[in-house]
Each structure stands twice: as structure tokens, then as C-alpha cells.
Write a protein that binds this ligand. Structure first.
Ligand code: ATP
Ligand code: MG
Length: 555
């Protein structure tokens, strides 16, 4: 496992400290239990960082266990993506990959034990009636007419369920707890349902599958998990977790603790909703750089360290909250500001002809990747008679305080000469075709000798040698800061969440690698797209801008 900068303490660590001090446990064992029904997202990263870093810090173990009790929605593509993402985040699970389905036979035997203790029964109410009999928060539930079958009948029916002799929906196994409990979860929860569905791990072996609540606590106990960490919506389920473990003959009894889920503004991170964006082709796939799946973030150019740092900063509490996007972006921005090499790219090109240079003029400039740090590497950047600058760096009218180029004014070309705009060439429609400029050839690495003050510095690339490149500029995916609170989150999608621009980049970037982020000077942090980019078709994703723009949006 890779080293993590230390995590601040939190209520879970305090519980663990106490358990260790009191000898309740000698070794800490946690688990990360994803359901393989989608790709991992930044919310899962919070849980991964918590579970794995605890194991790391306390020299314990963290298991990866797929919670695979619902074959209808699960598949091996999701399993492989989850393993890949955890590894990429810098964590290694203990031992082999585990599955809830590894324990189907044992779980089945525990279900029989509950039946034998008269604590479970086969119900033949339809799912609709089960719901109706369950009652509400204010009204108690009522007993199913099948609740008092004999143990013998229950055993027989349960075995018929297993043997495929009962149709889907015609029967299920329920715990016999209390239909009037104030906790709805304890009103005879369903433990097993029939599903004639092939399973990615067990094939056709089973046609009954345990429910999450039944499978989870037993899997935790069988694996010797000490602290079973989950999100707050499972708070009530803890009562069922404990009820099951208290009523079967199993030696371990892990304790469940809940923390608040991660929520982020201007996005959605629930798998169900992400799945909709993917299946309805609203985004390019589970790795679309606009969504906060781990695969999407990796493709966009986020690093694993920046995601871990984000999880460290947000901490772990029991309080529901919604994190500001800037908190996430500042983690990657700070890292890239310190570590990303800098190069020049022109996103909105406008051509410049430098009139006082011959048409074959070529000068190779040796430019450092990190300003003033030549020892960290340099690259060759050709300077020629024709260059591109960004159209945002030019305006015709001279204006006080305008630090870029205007007609008659001067700017410094980054790492090169001071340049003056002389005139504008237009086509018949009046559109600018190019700018005519001149360079003061005595100003390489020096100020003009006559004391002229040059206020601005702009970036540029050689028109002759620059490479054609596509730039993908991402904005927030939703216009609403909390899209799921609106009637229809699809209506809140930002139509400009992806803007594609075609421009140029300096030739040193001919083999830009997706996993290597760069700062494009004055533009932001970018990295080559791992799907569309190749040496013959450079495509760059903007990871994040140079400055926080959320403050403005939120105001
Ligand atoms: P989703 O709501 O996105 O479908 P889930 O909880 O169903 O998520 P699981 O695969 O069951 O997804 O989750 C695996 C683990 O990740 C669980 O322990 C869950 O509590 C945790 N987890 C999921 N989403 C978040 C989140 N937003 N913040 C923190 N932990 C999360
Ligand atoms: Mg789930």
C-alpha cells in the first residue's frame, strides 16, 4: 500500500483506540464491500480511504468483499473496474478478493438455523401485500397469515425454494421479529427471495439469494471483521445486523458504525443515477471526465494522491453535509501547481506574422518545464516568423490597464521577445485573418534598452511546428447545486458541460501520455485523454482551471 499523509482522528478511530486499549480486539480488520452494479465514485473513495487507511495505520487488514447478492444488476465488468480503481487509488486488499457469494452455502445453513429456532418463516404473501402489511412510520404492521406455520413446514418449503420448486415471487423467507416494532426494518424483514437468475460467481447453482442485511453481517462475522463501517442510511439496519448475529450460532460479532455519506455540489454520485446518465448516453460512459467516477476522474487527469488528499480533508463524521466542488478542485490544483510541467498551447488561435523576421526564420529556444528550474528539465521550442497567440490576448482598441496585446501596443512573448502589434489583416467579410507584428530582437531575456515598460506576457506557439490539438473544456455537469432535490435532475443538466476547441500545442507534446498532467501556461491544467488521444490525434482534457471559479458561480 502506498503511504498516506496521516489522517486526522475521527470518532471511528477513537472507538478503535478504545477497543485496542481495552483488549476487545488485538488486530483491526475492516472491509470495503461494494456491490458490483456500477463503477466506483468519489463517495466510494471516501469509504475506501477510511477502511484501508485504518487497516494501514493500525497494522490491521482490510478485505475487499463484493456484496454480490443481486445477480440481476451485477456483472464482471463492474468487478474488474472496481478492482482496478482500488488498486489505482493506491490500496491493496488483504488476501484474495472475497465475495458474499463465497458464503451462500453457510448463509443458507444459518437461515435453516433461524427456521429451526422458530425465528424465520416462509411467507407466501405477494410482495405487494408484504409491503401493505408492513405498516408505516405511524401505523404498526400486521402479521402475515403464514407467520405461524410449523417449523417442519417452513423447513420443507425453504428447501423447495432452494430446489427451484417454487416460482419467483410466490414465496420468500422472512425473519420472525416484530410486526409492530417502531423500526420498520425489524418488521419481519425478508431474508431470502427466489430469483431464477444466473450469478456471475456461482452460475446456476442457486435460485434463491439472500438479502443484503442477512448476507452482510454473516459475511462480516465469518471474515472476522472487527469494525464494519458503513454510511448513515444503514443506521436502522444495525438493529437487524445485531439481531441476526445474536440469533445464530456464530463466534464473532463485528460492530457496525455509521458515518455520513459524501455529497458534492453540482453533481450526482449515486450509482443508480450515474447508471441512468450512462445508459441514456447523456455522458460518454462510466469514465466520462465530467462525472466523478474514479474512472472518469482518472481520465480527466485527477491523480490518486489528490483524491486521497481530498478524502483526508473532508474527514469522517456523522453529520450530513454537502461539500463544495472547490474543496475537491483545490486538492488537484495545489498538487499540479507544485508538480506539473508547464508547456504552451493555444486554444483559440489567431495567427501572427512577424514582419521583421525573414520567412525562413527559425530559432530553437531551450525552455524549462518548471520556471527558473532548468535542472528539472527543458524542451526545445521553435520560434518562427509565423506564430499563433490566443485571440483572447488581442484587442484592437488600446485600453488603459489592458495588459495584453492591442494595436500599437507591446507584450512579451513568454520566454521570447517583446512584440508590437502593427496592423490587422482581414478577409472580405471583415474577419481578422492574421495580425502583423514586429519583434524587438534585442529583448530576449532582457527589458527594452530604452526603458519602455512592458506590462503583459502572453503565450504562443510556432505556426510552422505546432501540432494540431483538440481541447476539451469541462464545466459543471448540472446547473443546480443539488440536482437531486429538483423534480427532474435531467432537466438541470448544463448544456455547456463540454466545450470542444481546436487549436495548437508546442511540438514537444507529440507523445503526451494520459497519466501525465501538464500546466498549459495561462490556461489551466490538462492531460491527454486516455480514450481519444493518440500521437496522430492529440486530445486534451482540462482537469481544472488555474484559479477557483466556483466562488463567482456560487455568489
Ligand atoms: P450508491 O448509492 O452510489 O449506489 P451504494 O452505497 O449502493 O452507493 P455500494 O457499492 O453498496 O454503493 O457501497 C460500497 C460502500 O461504499 C458502502 O460501504 C457504502 O456505504 C460506501 N459508499 C457509497 N457511497 C458513498 C458515499 N457517497 N460516501 C461515502 N461512502 C459511500
Ligand atoms: Mg448499495
Amino acid at each position: 500500500m502506498s503511504k498516506i499523509s496521516s489522517y486526522p482522528t475521527n470518532f471511528i478511530r477513537q472507538i478503535i483506540n478504545k477497543d485496542l486499549a481495552e483488549g476487545v480486539h488485538k488486530i483491526v480488520r475492516t472491509r470495503f464491500p461494494p456491490e458490483p452494479n456500477g463503477y466506483l465514485h468519489i463517495g466510494h473513495a471516501k469509504s475506501i480511504c477510511l477502511n484501508f487507511s485504518i487497516a494501514q495505520e493500525y497494522k490491521g487488514k482490510c478485505h475487499l468483499r463484493f456484496d454480490d447478492t443481486n445477480p440481476t444488476k451485477e456483472n464482471t465488468e463492474f468487478i474488474e473496474s472496481i478492482k482496478r480503481d482500488i488498486t489505482w487509488l493506491g490500496f491493496q486488499w488483504d488476501g484474495k478478493v472475497r465475495y458474499s457469494s463465497d458464503y451462500f452455502e453457510k448463509q443458507y445453513q444459518y437461515a435453516i438455523e433461524l427456521i429451526q429456532k422458530n425465528l424465520a418463516y416462509v411467507d407466501e404473501l405477494s410482495s405487494h401485500l408484504i409491503r401493505e402489511y408492513r405498516g408505516t412510520l405511524t401505523a404498526p404492521g400486521k402479521n402475515s397469515p403464514y407467520r405461524n406455520r410449523s417449523i417442519r413446514d417452513n423447513l420443507k418449503l425453504f428447501s423447495q425454494m432452494r430446489n427451484g420448486e417454487i416460482s419467483e415471487g410466490d414465496a420468500c423467507l422472512r425473519a420472525k421479529i416484530n410486526m409492530t416494532s417502531p423500526f420498520i426494518i425489524l418488521r419481519d424483514p425478508v431474508l431470502y427471495r427466489i430469483k431464477f437468475e444466473e450469478h456471475h460467481q456461482t452460475g446456476k447453482k442457486w435460485c434463491i439469494y439472500p438479502m443484503y442485511d442477512f448476507a452482510h453481517c454473516i459475511s462480516d462475522a465469518l471474515e472476522g471483521i472487527t469494525h464494519s463501517l458503513c454510511t448513515l442510511e444503514f443506521q436502522d439496519n444495525r438493529r437487524l445486523y445485531n439481531w441476526i448475529l445474536n440469533n445464530i450460532n456464530i463466534s464473532a460479532h463485528p460492530q457496525q458504525y455509521e458515518f455520513s455519506r459524501l455529497n458534492l455540489q453540482y453533481t450526482i454520485i449515486s450509482k443508480r443515477h450515474l447508471n441512468r446518465l450512462v445508459t441514456e448516453n447523456i455522458v460518454e460512459g462510466w469514465d466520462d471526465p465530467r462525472i466523478l467516477t474514479i474512472a472518469g476522474m482518472r481520465r480527466r487527469g485527477y491523480t490518486a494522491t489528490s483524491i486521497r488528499e481530498f478524502c483526508r480533508r473532508i474527514g469522517v463524521t456523522k453529520k450530513e453535509n454537502i461539500i463544495n466542488m472547490e474543496t475537491l478542485e483545490s486538492c488537484i490544483r495545489e498538487e499540479l501547481n507544485a508538480h506539473a510541467p508547464r508547456v504552451m498551447a493555444i486554444i483559440n488561435p489567431i495567427k501572427v506574422l512577424i514582419k521583421n523576421l525573414p520567412s525562413n526564420y527559425e530559432e530553437i529556444l531551450n525552455i524549462p518545464y518548471y520556471p527558473k528550474k532548468n535542472e528539472l528539465g527543458t524542451r526545445s521550442v521553435p520560434f518562427t516568423q509565423e506564430i499563433y497567440i490566443d485571440s483572447a490576448d488581442f484587442q484592437e482598441e488600446e485600453q488603459k490597464d489592458y495588459k495584453r496585446l492591442s494595436l500599437g501596443g507591446e507584450v512579451r512573448l513568454r520566454y521570447a521577445y517583446v512584440m508590437k502589434a502593427e496592423s490587422v489583416e482581414r478577409d472580405a467579410q471583415g474577419n481578422i485573418i492574421f495580425l502583423c507584428c514586429s519583434c524587438d530582437m534585442s529583448t530576449m531575456k532582457k527589458n527594452p534598452s530604452d526603458g519602455r515598460k512592458i506590462k503583459g506576457v502572453i503565450h504562443w506557439v510556432s505556426a510552422k511546428y505546432a501540432l494540431v490539438a483538440e481541447f476539451r473544456l469541462y464545466e459543471r455537469l448540472f446547473n443546480s447545486s443539488n440536482p437531486l432535490t429538483t423534480d427532474n435532475f435531467i432537466k438541470e443538466l448544463n448544456p455547456n458541460s463540454l466545450v470542444i476547441k481546436h487549436g495548437f500545442i508546442e511540438p514537444s507534446m507529440h507523445n503526451a501520455k494520459p497519466s501525465l498532467p501538464y500546466q498549459f501556461e495561462r490556461e489551466g491544467y490538462f492531460c491527454a485523454d486516455n480514450v481519444h488521444s493518440s500521437s496522430t490525434n492529440l486530445v486534451f482534457n482540462r482537469i481544472v482551471g488555474l484559479r477557483n471559479t466556483w466562488v463567482k458561480i456560487n455568489a
